[in-house]
Design a binder for this molecule. Structure first.
Ligand SMILES: Cc1ncc(COP(=O)(O)O)c(C=O)c1O
Length: 387
């Protein structure tokens, strides 16, 4: 009786072609086995194929053996183990910042950090397409949220000018590689504009960590913008193939986050095995600094096959390649047809993407060889034409 409000919501979602289920995938990674058959998985964020990398697993196992299963307390109590500080020092060095702080997830890194940078009397200027975790963090902060047109530097400028007379801190937030469009923000120009207006800049590098820049350090590092970007946020859950999030920043800001970021303080410290895996992934980035370049060359090739057949991949310039279908049901039908042919290409629908832009979101990973890319491109082109 008290739950009679639930079914109408679920029915409405189904009617709109927006029903969501957490489907079981028997394995993680870019190439998996389902019912004994090899399946190409283009919906995994394991971009560098590290989820089963022997060194990453070894490092994780060593940490497990040394420290046990859990950190057993929050960071400010007794949950900070030497391995947490080792990882933070390593991230700071790789990202080119004074300091870094690890959080339980990328979502928590955004939820913990943004409300510290901006509060009730302040302003946050956010790209129209930033990730839900950034938007939720903005809401949590209580700051006035102002959106600007996607990747549009003039729109950033206009918005900052519009609020130039207002007192209060100003924070611009964007992503370097956008999670659903795979395009790249004009970081240098946005940094210049933010600086001109005395605003801080925070960049979410969830999808460019490991996949761009020297040793996979990301696009802030590639463009030498460390001193212009107040916070470089990243995750250990995509190219690092594990779990967890982090921010790289000044030592002073780190101190403030330790002192007051609720998503850092009021939760148990990430488990040792997860931290060990992240250290292992950073070892691989350092030992094989060209992995990101190879990934991007493969993504370029895949995109060129789709373009030759007239498919639109928006402004994608990364390993994330959207194929916009538009209609929700059609996107799901194409995804299901591909699945029957041994190809996983998840249909992404609103509200994750704007209404009318349902799409297949393709993630190229290093598990996919040239033959796999060619087979998948052919199947996708046929499925889009025939559906
Ligand atoms: C751009 C972006 N930021 C943050 C997150 C959250 O990271 P995590 O999955 O580690 O919580 C994700 C993905 O989930 C993302 O795509």
């Amino acid at each position: 009786m008290r739950e009679d409000w639930i079914q109408p919501i679920l029915d409405e979602a189904k009617l709109q072609g927006l029903e969501r289920t957490a489907r079981v995938c028997p394995e993680a990674g870019g190439i998996i086995k389902i019912d004994g058959k090899e399946v190409l998985n283009f919906s995994s964020n394991d971009y560098l194929d590290l989820a089963r990398h022997p060194h990453v697993i070894d490092r994780s196992r060593q940490a497990l053996d040394q420290f046990g299963i859990g950190s057993t307390a929050s960071r400010l109590v007794t949950g900070t183990l030497p391995i947490h500080e080792e990882l933070e020092a390593r991230i700071a060095k790789e990202k080119g910042y004074e300091a870094a702080l690890v959080f339980g997830s990328g979502y928590m890194a955004n939820a913990g950090t943004i409300p510290i940078l901006a509060g009730r009397d302040d302003f946050i200027f956010a790209d129209k397409l930033v990730h839900a975790s950034m938007i939720d963090a903005c809401k949590l902060s209580g700051a006035k949220l102002v959106r600007f047109a996607h990747n549009d530097v003039q729109a950033v400028e206009k918005r900052l000018e519009q609020y130039s007379d207002h007192a209060g801190r100003k924070l611009v937030i964007t992503e370097s590689v956008f999670s659903m469009d795979g395009d790249i923000a004009p970081l240098t120009e946005i940094a210049e504009t933010a600086e001109k207006h005395g605003a801080m800049l925070m960049v979410d590098e969830a999808h460019s960590t490991g996949t761009f820049g020297p040793n996979g350090a990301g696009l802030i590092r590639e463009h030498e913008l460390e001193s212009n970007v107040t916070v470089s946020m990243g995750t250990m859950s995509k190219a690092m193939a594990g779990y967890g999030g982090f921010v790289a920043c000044s030592e002073k800001l780190r101190q403030l986050l330790v002192h007051s970021a609720r998503a850092f303080i009021y939760t148990t410290a990430p488990p040792p095995a997860v931290i060990g895996a992240a250290l292992g992934a950073l070892d691989v980035f350092e030992a094989s600094p060209r992995l990101g370049y190879i990934l991007q060359a493969n993504a370029d090739y895949f995109r060129s096959l789709l373009h030759e057949a007239g498919l639109d991949t928006l402004q994608s310039q990364s390993q994330i390649i959207p194929i916009v279908i538009g209609n929700n049901e059609k996107a799901v039908a194409i995804s299901q047809l591909l699945r029957s042919e041994g190809i996983i290409a998840a249909a992404i629908r609103p509200p994750t993407v704007p209404a009318g832009s349902a799409r297949l979101r393709i993630s190229i990973t290093l598990a996919h060889l040239v033959d796999d890319l060619e087979r998948a491109a052919k199947a996708i082109i046929n499925a889009v034409k025939d559906t």
